[in-house]
Design a binder for this molecule. Structure first.
Ligand code: GDG
Length: 458
């Protein structure tokens, strides 16, 4: 059995003696790496400034080698902030208005992918299987192929794949599509993303779906499929059960008194629909005087990508909006929205999910959304809360027991909040059971195994 080689923009190198439990993705991929032995390669997160990055930093831990490279300041600016986060991220989340296409950034993106290929190639053995992750590294397989690498290479996209009319606004869409065709297997989160991908191939007469999960493009046949990413369901459920007695979670329980808790947890990102969500909460409170002073909405929103101007601006907008709603609706003894602009530890997060009567997950567009799955897994089976979920999250294709909402419809989301908070126990249990059974069967190990099996067979 060949080794597994994972390549992703950032690499979750386990900290020596670190006790912080890593997220499900890191755990699942690490388990797959441990089973076969292998390499996890990516960017160290550090810039070498104006000088060339030094050699790869290699760290051995058991049978896994973590291989990290620095990037120059120009690379970070053009590849990471430029093309990945100011072109591909907004486009794949249907935000044409925010995509800032520039030739310099595009060139930087392809240059860094070539650089990654050149750093990776000398580490490879002929029977290694390579698994590349996410939108930062789409052209990597094409670069490796140009260097004569013949290994099996798979790709998984964590974010949505847009329809042709959106993708084609990007001048280099053909190169990006050709980049995907160089893989043996291309994995998307949902069947909708896969359909969009097939539509893009057809529209440009670049290729087509051949049936049976096979595609042709660029005179090359490759496989494509939908593999919804998931969480370590059973472990997270157990973790949340224990976490309710965590001292910080107890403090939170005392401070909300007997009010119903609504929770939102999102990186601060325009794709997550935060302003529409706060509007919906405000509308719910205004429309339902009986619930006034009886609910607390906790929104945990760690900063992300603050170096990108839209994110910095958003940070201010969301904080001001939460402040305005609290000013308008709050009373001397009631703060309707608790807005946190930093992260909490994983045990506290798990305990807060379990405490919350409603998980409010309303992205405008999301590849999957693991918060929705974590919220479900964390519930008390005897008295579960209700998940309100955007129909535009990949998770909506799987979590049929959620109350699905259109996040652009503020009034509709507000009504769903009322319905969730008034839902009888029997219905809550029935909806939760359906979702939990699904998640126990479709956990992150299954996601990893399914992808690997198809890659081996591709
Ligand atoms: C991308 C795609 C896709 C959040 N705040 C805290 C915290 N988190 C953790 C959550 C969850 C993770 O971060 C967020 O994952 P999501 O899936 O919700 O969203 P993205 O970060 O946008 O991820 C997405 C995912 O990739 C995987 O393929 O589902 O669609 O956009 O695990 O729990 N964790 C802690 N404190 C926080 O304050 N400890």
């Amino acid at each position: 059995m060949g080794r597994l080689v994972i390549v992703s923009n950032r690499v979750p190198v386990p900290e020596k003696g670190g006790i912080a439990p890593a997220g499900g993705l890191a755990v699942a991929l690490k388990a797959a790496l441990e089973e076969r032995g292998g390499i996890w390669m990516g960017w160290s997160g550090k810039s070498s400034g104006d000088t060339d990055p030094g050699p790869l930093s290699l760290q051995e831990q058991g049978n896994i080698t973590y291989a990290l490279t620095d990037l120059t300041g120009k690379d970070v600016e053009e590849y990471y902030f430029g093309f990945a986060n100011r072109v591909l991220w907004p486009l794949c989340h249907y935000r044409l208005d925010l995509a800032e296409y520039g030739r310099k950034e595009m060139a930087g993106y392809f240059r860094v992918n070539r650089f990654f290929a050149h750093r990776l190639a000398p580490l490879l053995r002929p029977d290694d299987i390579i698994w590349v992750h996410d939108y930062h590294l789409i052209p990597l397989a094409a670069e490796l192929r140009q260097m004569g690498i013949k290994n099996r290479i798979g790709f998984f996209l964590h974010i949505p794949w847009p329809p042709a009319d959106i993708l084609f606004t990007m001048p280099v869409h053909e190169e990006i599509m050709r980049g995907l065709a160089a893989y043996d297997l291309v994995g998307f989160q949902t069947d909708y993303d896969l359909e969009n991908f097939a539509g893009c191939l057809r529209r440009e007469e670049m290729g087509d779906a051949l049936g049976d999960g096979r595609f042709i493009a660029n005179d090359k046949v490759f496989k494509g499929g939908a593999y919804g990413i998931s969480i370590e369901t059973a472990a997270f459920a157990e973790f949340a059960r224990k976490a309710v007695s965590h001292s910080t979670v107890n403090k939170a329980r005392l401070s909300i008194e007997d009010r119903d808790l609504i929770i939102g947890v999102d990186r601060l990102d325009y794709s997550k629909g935060l302003t529409q969500r706060i509007d919906a909460f405000e509308r719910f409170v205004v429309n339902n005087p009986g619930h006034q002073r009886k609910v607390t909405y906790l929104q945990i929103t760690p900063k992300s990508r603050s170096e990108v101007p839209e994110y910095e601006q958003m940070q201010r907008t969301v904080a001001e909006q939460a402040g305005r709603v609290n000013g308008a609706l709050g009373t001397v003894d009631w703060v309707p929205i608790r807005y946190m602009n930093r992260s909490v530890s994983r045990p506290v997060l798990a305990g807060l999910y379990r405490l919350a009567k409603v998980g409010l997950v309303t992205p405008l567009r999301d590849g999957m959304n693991l918060v929705a799955k974590e919220y479900v897994a964390a519930q008390n089976p005897d008295d579960p809360g209700v998940l309100i979920l955007s129909r535009f999250a990949g998770a909506a294709r799987e979590l049929k027991g959620a109350l699905l909402v259109n996040p652009y419809d503020v009034e509709g989301t507000a009504n769903s909040l009322g319905r969730a908070l008034n839902m009888p126990l029997d219905e809550r249990r029935e909806r939760w059971r359906r979702m939990m059974d699904y998640l126990l069967e479709h956990d992150v190990s299954r996601w990893c195994d399914d992808f690997m099996a198809d890659l081996k067979a591709a």
